[in-house]
Write a protein that binds this ligand. Structure first.
Ligand SMILES: [Zn+2]
Length: 273
C-alpha cells in the first residue's frame, strides 16, 4: 500500500511535470473505483496550480477547485508515452498538454473526487498531524491517545496522531524506537513518543530520498522501482534474524494486518494481547 513516502514521491513527480499545465483530456475506462469516478468533463480546460499532499492524499489544486486523489491499496500514477496502449488495470488517463499521466489500480481501492471546502475541513478534522508539523510533540501525542487502550501499532495505522503511516512504516518505526507493537497506546510516556516520532520522521525522510519502497505495486511516476526495500529491518522478514540482536523476527496479526517485530528489542511489557 502506498504510504506517505510513496505518495510524496508521486506528488513531486506530478508537480515537476504538470504544474502550470492545462488539463486537456480525461479518459475514464473503468469508473468503478472505491468511489465511482465523478464526471471529470468540467475539469477540462483548467490549469493545475499546485500539487499538495496531506497524509496519503494528493490534492490537485486548480483555481476553480481541488481534485482529491487517493491511491488506495494498489494505485499508481505514472507518466507514459501518449501512444502506449492501456493495460487491463489502467483505469484513467489524464492528459495535460501532451503529457499523459495514467492511473493504474489492480484492486480498485483508490479514488478520485472533487474536494470542496466542507469536505476538506472534515478531512482535516479526521487526520493526524504531518510528521514535520511543529505541533506534533511527544506531549501532544501523549495527550491525543489518553485513555486509549488500543495497541499503539493500530493507533498509528488509524492515522489520527501522525498522518501517513501505513503498515510498513508503523512496524519499522516501532522497531527503531524499541516499542512493542501491542502496547496500549495510553501506556507510552513522553520518552517513548519522542523516540517513536523521531523514528517515523527518519524513516519517512530516508524513504522519500530513495523514492519509496518496492514492496507492492509502487513505482515512482517515472516508472522506476523504489530503492528502499533492502533497508527494511523487520517488515516482511518473519523468521529472519533481527538486525540488532539476531533473534528471529516474529509476525503476529493485529486488527487483521500483519505486524513484524523483535521480541527482544521490543520488550513485551504491558501488551494489549
Ligand atoms: Zn532484536
Amino acid at each position: 500500500m502506498p504510504e506517505l513516502p510513496e505518495v510524496e514521491a508521486v506528488r513531486r513527480g506530478v508537480e515537476e511535470r504538470l504544474v502550470g499545465k492545462i488539463l486537456t483530456e480525461v479518459r475514464v475506462r473503468e469508473p468503478r473505483l472505491r468511489r465511482p469516478v465523478p464526471p471529470l468533463a468540467p475539469w477540462i480546460g483548467r490549469r493545475l496550480l499546485r500539487v499538495e499532499r496531506r497524509g496519503k492524499y494528493l490534492l490537485w489544486r486548480f483555481a476553480e477547485g481541488t481534485l482529491l486523489v487517493h491511491l488506495g491499496m494498489s494505485g499508481r500514477l505514472a507518466f507514459v508515452a501518449p501512444d502506449v496502449p492501456p493495460g487491463r488495470h489502467d483505469h484513467v488517463d489524464f492528459l495535460f498538454e501532451g503529457s499523459l499521466l495514467r492511473y493504474t489500480d489492480p484492486r480498485r481501492f483508490g479514488f478520485i473526487a472533487p474536494l470542496d471546502a466542507d469536505a476538506e475541513r472534515a478531512m482535516e478534522a479526521r487526520l493526524g498531524l504531518e510528521p514535520w508539523d511543529e505541533r506534533l510533540t511527544p506531549a501532544w501525542a501523549r495527550a491525543k491517545v489518553r485513555g486509549r487502550r488500543r495497541a499503539v501499532k493500530e493507533v498509528l495505522l488509524f492515522g489520527d496522531v501522525v498522518a501517513g503511516a501505513g503498515n510498513i512504516y508503523a512496524c519499522e518505526a516501532l522497531f527503531l524506537a524499541g516499542i512493542h507493537p501491542g502496547r496500549p497506546a495510553e501506556t507510552l510516556d513522553e520518552d517513548d513518543w519522542a523516540r517513536l516520532l523521531a523514528a517515523l520522521r527518519a524513516l519517512f525522510e530516508a524513504a522519500i530520498a530513495a523514492g519509496g519502497t518496492t514492496l507492492r505495486d509502487h513505482r515512482t511516476v517515472a516508472g522506476e522501482a523504489g530503492a528502499y526495500r533492502g533497508r527494511l529491518a523487520v517488515y516482511g522478514r518473519e523468521g529472519e534474524p533481527c538486525p540488532r540482536c539476531a533473534t528471529p523476527v516474529r509476525r503476529v496479526v493485529q486488527g487483521g494486518r500483519s505486524t513484524f517485530f523483535c521480541p527482544v528489542c521490543q520488550p513485551p511489557e504491558r501488551t494489549a494481547w
